[in-house]
Every structure is written in structure tokens, then in C-alpha cells.
Write a protein that binds this ligand. Structure first.
Ligand code: ZN
Length: 341
């Protein structure tokens, strides 16, 4: 039955395309003066208004959303509309914008530069790494844009989150000027703090990007989340909780849920700590949350680095890469709050 419907549907589609083509051909044969209609040929009751184009600074922008913005399948364009200019022909942008489109920008990734202001600019503009935005630490109100939002910047490298890979393709990258970390005599990483002014800038910029592209909370991430075995930035001093509490940016767990999971975890966490099945369960939970790691049933190096990355983001008081009852409780509370849809 489904197959029959599909074939009927397909025939109708082919027929519609052919008939529309014939109409156009006939029109051009019989009357050369026929002007192309300015509205779509087949009007339906559900037809959305034709999007307007704004011309600004020699560049065109769509400004009207004709689709369902909540499904991220809309036609609003926040960069220039880039069109072909074929010699002798006119490319028309306003007649038939397709509802079936979405934004390429589905992730927001935060970094620190591990360099001072001047060197950050030099490296991110003159070398093979880049980001869409650079948030300086000079106390002014400027944010530098280095790459057009519609283009790829080279900030993520080899990366993954949930089922997505190579996040340069689908993300906006923000670099924040910060010294990064030094390693002390006990081989602990000691991170540099961010100034309040910088965090306010990052929050305002992130909020603007997230709102425009409707980036879900689960896709607002640290570089260390998407490349856990290689990266530490923006590190444990980046105030994710403050961004969540004060600006509704990104993910954070609910305290009550964490307490419930902590009470459960404390009953057998220590006794089960070395059991392969228990480690496997925790690795599965990390993978389910989004991290790209292998399920080995052992506390291996990549699992430790993944736990460390998780702690940088969600348990910044302790980032030694060792799973404890509290980290485990936080991970479960997050998986409960942000399930894969
Ligand atoms: Zn980075």
C-alpha cells in the first residue's frame, strides 16, 4: 500500500514538473512579451508569504521566515545570499525559496587561545587555524570577527559529538584570549582565570548566535568536549554554570536530580569501581551524553581524558580524570535532562 502511494506520489511529482515546464515553453513560443509571474505558479491555501530581501551594503539578505522556525528549517539568512551570476541570465531569489532547508550552523564551540591578545590575532589570522570570532582581553567593547559565519573556520580539528563528526563543518567557533594552563610541580594543570568583562562579552556573543541559529543547549560545547583526548580548552575556570544560570546558555544539571543519583551511587560505587561491567556502564553513559570514546570496560587513557573533559565542563572543582560518585551522579542527571531526541 505504501509502495503504491509512493509511486502515485512520484508520478504526480513528475507530472507537475513536466506540466509546469510545458506551460513555460508554450508561453515563450506564443508570446515573447509574456512576463514571468512574480508569484509561485501553484498557489495553495497553506502557502507562506514570499520572503522579502533586504539590500544592505551591496549585499542581499532574506529577512522573512517562511517556515517553521522551531524545526530549524527556515529561510532566514543571516549572512549574505550568495548567488550565481551566469552571463546573460538573471538568477531570481524571491520567487521560489524552498522550505526544505536549514542552517549549517548547528554547534557553538568555545575555546581559549593560550596566547596573549596580539599573538592570538596573529595566529588566528595568519596561520592554518582560525575561528569565527575572537574575544579579546583588552577591556574595550570590541569583538573581532575573523571568518564569515556562512564559511568554515578551522577551530575544531578532529572532533565528534553524539553522531556528528568533523564539527568545523557545522559549527561557529569562538576563541577567547586566555593564557591557558601551566603544569605545577605536582603535575597538576593550573589554569588562568577569565575576566568578568570577557565573560560578559562571550555571553552576549554566544546568546546572539544561539538565538539566531536556534542552536540547542546540547550543542553548545567546549573544544575539550568534542576532542576530549587532545584538548583542555576553555578549561575548568570557564564559568559554564554562570552562563547557564544568568544567560540560559548551554547545559547544566538540576541539583535535586544530582542528589538523587548521588545517594544511589554512594551505595555501591566504591565496591564496583574496578568491575569491567561497571566501567562499561559509565563509558556507555559518557558516550550517550555525547563524547566520542570506545567502550572497553577499562579505565584506559582515553576514558580518563574523557572524564577529565567532562569534569572541566560540569565538575570544575575536581578535574583529575578519575570517576567518583559525584561525577557519576552529575553525568546521570545530565543524561536524564538532555536525552537524545
Ligand atoms: Zn580550542
Amino acid at each position: 500500500m505504501r509502495k503504491t502511494l509512493y509511486i502515485i506520489g512520484l508520478s504526480f511529482f513528475v507530472f507537475s514538473c513536466t506540466s509546469q515546464k510545458n506551460v513555460k515553453q508554450n508561453a515563450s513560443r506564443t508570446n515573447k512579451q509574456v512576463v514571468q509571474p512574480k508569484t509561485p505558479v501553484a498557489k495553495t491555501p497553506s502557502e507562506k508569504p514570499k520572503p522579502q530581501i533586504t539590500h544592505e551594503g551591496g549585499v542581499d539578505f532574506f529577512t522573512t521566515n517562511i517556515a517553521d522556525a522551531t524545526k530549524n528549517n527556515n529561510t532566514v539568512s543571516y549572512g549574505s545570499i550568495v548567488s550565481a551570476k551566469p552571463a546573460g541570465y538573471k538568477v531570481v531569489k524571491t520567487y521560489f525559496p524552498a522550505v526544505g532547508q536549514n542552517f549549517r550552523q548547528r554547534y557553538l564551540i568555545l575555546h581559549y587561545t593560550a596566547l596573549p591578545d596580539d599573538k592570538s590575532v596573529a595566529v588566528l589570522t595568519q596561520q592554518e587555524v582560525s575561528a569565527h570570532y575572537l574575544v579579546n582581553n583588552t577591556g574595550d567593547n570590541e569583538i573581532y570577527q575573523l571568518v564569515d559565519e556562512n564559511k568554515r573556520a578551522y577551530h575544531a580539528g578532529v572532533s565528534s559529538w553524539r553522531s556528528d563528526k568533523n564539527l568545523n563543518d557545522t559549527s561557529i567557533g569562538i576563541e577567547i584570549v586566555n593564557a591557558g594552563f601551566r603544569t605545577d610541580s605536582a603535575k597538576t594543570r593550573v589554569f588562568a582565570a577569565f575576566s568578568d568583562d570577557q565573560i560578559k562579552k562571550v555571553a552576549a556573543l554566544a546568546k546572539d548566535i544561539i538565538t539566531r541559529y536556534q542552536i540547542p543547549a546540547t550543542n553548545v560545547l567546549a573544544h575539550s568536549d568534542i576532542a576530549a583526548t587532545r584538548k583542555q580548552d576553555p578549561g575548568p575556570l570557564f564559568p559554564w554554570k554562570k552562563l547557564y544560570d544568568e544567560y540560559q546558555i548551554g547545559m547544566w544539571y538540576d541539583e535535586a536530580a544530582k542528589q538523587t543519583f548521588l545517594t544511589q551511587a554512594q551505595t555501591d560505587f566504591t565496591t564496583r569501581y574496578s568491575e569491567p561491567a561497571f566501567i562499561f556502564m559509565i563509558q556507555t553513559a559518557l558516550q550517550k551524553f555525547g563524547y566520542g570514546l570506545e567502550l572497553t570496560g577499562a579505565w584506559d587513557d582515553s576514558t580518563k581524558k574523557t572524564i577529565e573533559a567532562f569534569q572541566y565542563h560540569f565538575r570544575p572543582e575536581k578535574y583529575d580524570g578519575i570517576m567518583d560518585a559525584e561525577t557519576w551522579a552529575i553525568l546521570q542527571a545530565l543524561n536524564q535532562k538532555y536525552p537524545i531526541k
